[in-house]
Design a binder for this molecule. Sequence first.
Ligand code: HXC
Length: 514
Amino acid sequence: MDSKLDPRLETLQALQQQAQQGGGPDRVAKQHARGKMTARERIEELLDPGTFQELQPFMIGQDKDGKGFPGDGVVTGYGAIDGRTVYLYAQDFTVYGGSVSLTHARKICRVLDLATSSGAPVIGLLDSGGARIQEGINALQGYGEIFYRNALASGVIPQISVMLGPCAGGASYSPALTDFIIMTDETSVMFITGPDVVKSVTGEVIDQQSLGGAAAHFTRSGVASFLGKDEEDSLALVRRILSYLPPNNVEDPPYVPPSDSPARTAEQLNTLVPEDPNVPYDMRVALHSILDQGSFLEVQAGWAQNAIIGFGRLDGAPIGVVAQQPMYMAGVIDIDASDKISRFVRFCDAFNLPLITFADSPGFLPGSMQEHGGIIRHGAKIIYAYVEATVPKISIVTRKGYGGAYIVMSSKSIGADLHLAWPSAEIAVMGAEGAVNILNRRDLTKAEDPEAVRAELVAAYREEFANPYRAAEEGIIDMVIEPAQTRPILIAALRALREPSRQMPAKKHGVMPV
Ligand code: HXC
């Protein structure tokens, strides 16, 4: 056989080699010097070895002088994570700073279209200077075409964005339309308007990282769902998140054989809630001891910490967890906590993850900052999201269940399938002090020693209302359970409630109070 390569194959190989080079060795060296991987190295790191199949590597976006780079600054295709298909794109900062031309955008759109029609998750690895400035309107058209597909794919397939460099302008809005944003510490930034624009419009002098770095978005804006220590960590997070998710909205989340017994009890939970209602406790201890060992993955852990949301597993089946954190602002519900909870509830509902809610909140945060910021509008979103959710919903009141905060946290009245309480639950319209001040105002003003009378009345109120038994007598609480037994009880309940049939009224869509 002739060992000489067929000339047609020679052409193919030459083109393939050219496409591999990105913006050339100098720019690749610069990328590495910044501690960043190239687009292709990131794909290798993320996917199961040898599974990447590239699409459209020869598409070329030409600049005015007719120069172009094969691939046009983005590597796209599909591959596997833990043996399951994913679609992905990785922007190549070595080509025009990963900026988005119409060609670049259409390669991303192709992947979004295929992911949606095949029902597989899509992952964006972003590292981009935003719209390619020299392309003008074409670049804006390209961004719009991406946004359009992100919005259509929402609720159909999981979409995850990993920020691995500067992501300016349009590069921020596509991730904002996806389900989760992972930001890489110190190297990634996201902003709509950069420091120069900020300075010229407002006079504020601020550097890129303080304005839109990972820490800012993880702790202050809530834009980042996860914080990766470095690129490897950010990419490992993608694999972990996907382990809880189905590939699309009509399939079930993946079962992972548990190493933990479904019958395991947690005796320490019987004393977790302090007797004094003003002494906090760490709700994370409850979550870690109830869920399958090591399975809890917290989402938006650095922001609105009075609420906790995340993924976990119970006897191998993925679930979504929503809880209050009494250690932070006593678990009060404010604007940010409302946003955090309602969005996560909608995500879990869209992707068939049963919702387990642990409620312990003294109420909504009072004050003009909250009222003027629209707590009425934001708090209403929690109700809306829970009502709309058709997945199995189980809620447990661990301590305070007062007023509106009690109702919104997946109470029976707004559609919980099973409503449980620990013996430490206090379910009432309001806390004892507030109630006594209103109900007994006259007695208190007439009393010789108002403080002593108040203390007596508060004690009597607590005796009568600060327990779950009134609610259990009314049948509103289905079971008052021993905290230690929570895990086996939840596992049995999830089996019993596997697929509640719920008919929602026919409509195009509701109007969420956003
Ligand atoms: C074309 C770009 C580019 C862009 C960077 N480059 N951004 N080319 N269009 N948007 C090129 C640079 O010319 C340079 O080319 C290479 O990419 C690397 O850029 P540097 O500036 O050397 O890198 P660095 O110092 O790390 O700075 C990165 C950066 C900065 C912060 C992203 O380049 C920057 O501020 N770029 C512009 C960001 C921006 O304003 N984009 C438009 C947003 S408006 P060479 O050849 O030297 O390697 C937008 C509209 C859509 O996106 C909005 C929809 C809602």
